[in-house]
Design a protein around this ligand. Structure first.
Ligand SMILES: Nc1ncnc2c1ncn2[C@@H]1O[C@H](COP(=O)(O)OP(=O)(O)OP(=O)(O)O)[C@@H](O)[C@H]1O
Ligand SMILES: [Mg+2]
Length: 281
């Protein structure tokens, strides 16, 4: 299982948008995929369910509906949603308006998210809230990859600086193998400053910055409202950038189903080779 945390203290940089795209990309690779909404604002929950109040519904409050908060209650089974009102095909664990209740205990948060490792998924994506709370720290302690979406502007560079300091001071000791991947998002095509900052980011932070730049495009929002990734509705050159970025993040991740098929084929190859050897000897 590969766990990706989309986290950045800064709001509005694309954590939710890119988490949703990552889930679509993983499904396209045949990976069993789960997206978990850890933000009590419920933005990805809205995109998945089409219901802006889902995470605050009466059923949620009375605890009848399953949500990400169940991860914190060992007695509760984790039962993600499997049908999206907008047609997304990945599974989804929705937000709960009371998620901020868990923000006072980091170890409990780590244990809660570690329960995800016992589920049968190839890829798990965590959409984190925009604050350095337990729900951002615990994901980084449990994840394999920290994707840091940034906007190529002064606030965005501050966001990276904060994220790297957080890694240095609080995460590295507990998760030394966490991989950091910075993904530039929302570059405005007509902004020279955006371009200069994007180039400077790539130059100074080197390999940590993915060599793809995602532009600000109205169709990104439109696509998600229709249950689609940007590359599924748009044919311009940005399509290749978006596909490339997520393919690169998923490099080396294989679906269990594909591995099982490959292993079965291998058995046949071995049998045929041995039979041929017997005949020739
Ligand atoms: N590349 C893009 N092109 C156009 N709009 C975008 C793009 N990326 C994100 N957006 C839009 O910007 C807004 C903020 O994006 P999003 O909700 O993904 O950010 P976030 O980091 O999850 O925010 P928050 O910190 O509030 O959770 C949304 O309206 C989203 O549709
Ligand atoms: Mg968000």
């Amino acid at each position: 299982m590969h766990i990706y945390a989309f986290a950045n203290q800064k709001g509005g940089v694309g954590k939710t948008t890119l988490s949703m795209h990552m889930a679509v990309a993983a499904m396209q690779r045949n990976c069993q995929t789960l997206l978990v909404d850890l933000d009590q604002q419920g933005s990805s929950t809205y995109l998945y369910t089409g219901d802006a109040k889902y995470h605050r519904s009466a059923a949620m409050v009375s605890g009848e509906v399953r949500s990400a908060l169940d991860l914190w209650t060992p007695a509760r089974e984790i039962q993600p949603l499997t049908e999206s009102a907008r047609g997304f095909t990945f599974d989804f664990l929705p937000a709960h308006a009371g998620l901020d209740r868990v923000d006072d205990d980091l170890d409990a948060g780590v244990q809660a998210l570690q329960r995800l490792r016992s589920l049968d998924y190839d890829v798990v994506i965590l959409d984190c809230p925009p604050a350095p709370s337990v729900r951002q720290l615990a994901p980084l302690i449990v994840a394999d990859v920290h994707v840091i979406p940034v906007t190529p502007d002064a606030l965005g560079t501050q966001g990276i600086s904060q994220a790297l300091q957080l890694f240095q001071k609080q995460i590295r000791m507990r998760n030394p193998h966490l991989e950091l991947q910075i993904l530039i998002n929302r570059l405005k095509a007509n902004s020279r400053t955006n371009r200069i900052i994007a180039d400077a980011l790539a130059e100074r932070l080197g390999k940590r910055v993915l060599p793809y730049v995602l532009y600000e495009r109205e169709d990104v929002r439109k696509g998600l409202n229709e249950g689609k990734a940007y590359w599924q509705i748009c044919k311009d050159s940005q399509r290749e950038e978006w596909e490339g970025a997520f393919e690169s993040l998923l490099e080396g991740v294989a679906s269990t189903e594909d591995l099982v098929d490959a292993a079965e084929e291998l058995v046949e190859v071995a049998k045929t080779e041995e039979a041929a050897e017997e005949i020739s000897s």
